[in-house]
Ligand binder design. Structure first.
Ligand SMILES: Cc1cc2nc3c(=O)[nH]c(=O)nc-3n(C[C@H](O)[C@H](O)[C@H](O)COP(=O)(O)OP(=O)(O)OC[C@H]3O[C@@H](n4cnc5c(N)ncnc54)[C@H](O)[C@@H]3O)c2cc1C
Length: 427
């Protein structure tokens, strides 16, 4: 008996059914080849099992968010008759298992953001399967921003100015589901990780908060508040939703333009888009420099590590450095999986310039803790502060005393996190 043919949408970090070019292409391809479409999400060893610098690649905050995201995605897809298969393993291993039972007409997935996805795609191709990639989670189409891309890896400012002059953001497109598909039953049991990670549910943000943020009017004062260390609506808090791809960055961009039509334009309403351009910049930067993003000397060379004291690193991670602003921030990160942008900059500066430790240790710790971990933004920002990335000024050193005075004058933030018995999760 001949095997049933399927087209696979390989879900990476664009976990949504709205405005999703990869899913759209998978549906089109399935339509053209008259095959059923299934979605496949892999809990890859690189993220779910492996370690780097002795640290887990992802922590409970990220895992919990991802699991809940996948479960929501599964429900949404099923409404259109599409099954989401979730398996633990490398994409090529799971696809190998699928091939024993089905003929795979094509695999469609996002354009790789960093080296590991590119390696995984090559392994899939080596199986003899057709792999198509498409840009899914950027503001601009590569073909339309050649002049900005030609300047990479340059400073963010040149990239932004070129893009703002030449191009407008592509609109958000609904996904075209062609009627109700016929769900294909998953050929394995759901991995236990799905249930273990849900245990940490309380740590997750339950609902998308974008509409709530827009309705609050906080966008009109965003530029003035975004550097705050704490407080509701000081910044958008969209990072986890964007990093896991639950929310389309293009949708956010266009929503801010609509908001301006209703409530007026000012520097703040523009500034959120400015920050989204940082995200965009690091995505293209990561693609361009590839594995250099993860090297100690980065693209500039010349980075010197003076210290390799593991005690210092341990104190930094656990929030026991003795510098109260750093300890407060590190405890917030460890307990919640999130930290304000200012907090991230300060603790990075402390690890690199006060402790003289390898910046990659800090990046790896963030990777293991952040709910919004995003490979390009995390490693790109760390390299930037360490002076081995895209910063034309060669790194950023923050004066911790004056920063604490400026951003926490009444010590409310420090008191909150350095109180008598802060609740810490053990990993
Ligand atoms: C050392 C360091 C590590 C970081 N690691 C990550 C990471 O792993 N994942 C991540 O999403 N962001 C990272 N950032 C960027 C930034 O700190 C967070 O995106 C932001 O604090 C999240 O809060 P928010 O959503 O309220 O941001 P907002 O200020 O409301 O900004 C809106 C969105 O713009 C984007 N954005 C804002 N600032 C930056 C930036 N500097 N670089 C890239 N994108 C930006 C994010 O998608 C953010 O959600 C890092 C920054 C530093 C300094």
């Amino acid at each position: 008996m001949s095997k049933r043919s399927i087209t696979i949408w390989l879900v990476r970090d664009t976990c949504r059914v709205d405005d999703n070019p990869s899913l759209n292409l998978a549906l089109e391809t399935a339509g053209q080849s008259s095959t059923d479409c299934i979605a496949l999400a892999c809990l890859e060893p690189r993220r779910w099992e492996h370690h780097q610098f002795g640290l887990a690649r992802t922590g409970c905050a990220w895992k919990c968010f991802r699991v809940n995201t996948l479960i929501r995605l599964r429900t949404e897809l099923l409404k259109h008759g599409i099954s989401l298969w979730i398996g633990a393993g490398e994409p090529s291993t799971l696809v190998g298992q699928i091939r024993e039972r089905f003929t795979i007409s094509a695999i469609i997935t996002d354009l790789p953001l960093a080296t590991e996805e590119a390696v995984e795609n090559r392994r899939l191709q080596n199986l003899g399967v057709k792999v198509l990639t498409t840009q899914s989670d950027e503001l601009f189409q590569a073909a339309n921003i050649n002049s900005a891309l030609e300047q990479l890896p340059c400073s963010f400012t040149r990239f932004r100015k070129t893009i703002e002059k030449d191009e407008s953001v592509v609109p958000a497109h609904p996904v075209k589901f062609s009627g109700l598909g016929s769900p294909v039953a998953q050929i394995w049991l759901d991995p236990p990780e799905l249930y273990e990670a849900r245990y940490f549910e309380k740590q997750c943000y339950e609902q998308p908060r974008w509409q709530q943020y827009l309705e609050s009017g906080a966008l009109s004062t965003y530029k003035k508040t975004r550097n705050a260390l704490e407080g509701a609506n000081m910044s958008s808090r969209l990072s986890a939703w964007l990093a896991h791809g639950c929310l389309s960055v293009r949708q956010v961009w266009h929503d801010t333009l609509e908001y301006e039509e209703s409530y007026g334009v000012n520097e703040s309403t523009y500034w959120l888009r400015f920050e989204l351009l940082w995200r965009e910049f690091f995505r293209w930067y990561s693609r361009l420099i590839g594995s250099i993003l993860f090297t100690k000397t980065g693209k500039n060379g010349g980075y010197e590590v003076i210290n390799s004291e593991s005690v210092l690193f341990g104190n930094w991670c656990s929030g026991n450095t003795g510098v109260d602003i750093i300890d407060a921030a590190m405890r917030e990160l460890r307990q919640t999986g999130w930290l304000s942008n200012r907090g991230r900059q300060l603790v990075a500066s402390h690890l690199i310039y006060e402790y003289d430790l390898d910046w990659r240790l800090g990046a790896a710790w963030f990777e293991s803790q952040l709910v919004d971990f995003d490979v390009a933004s995390n490693w790109g920002n760390w390299a930037y502060i360490a002076g081995v990335g895209a910063d034309p000024r060669g790194g950023r050193i923050f004066n911790l005393e004056s920063q604490a005075e400026r951003y926490d004058p009444k010590k409310t933030y420090r008191d909150r996190w350095l109180g008598p018995s802060p609740r810490i999760f053990e990993h």
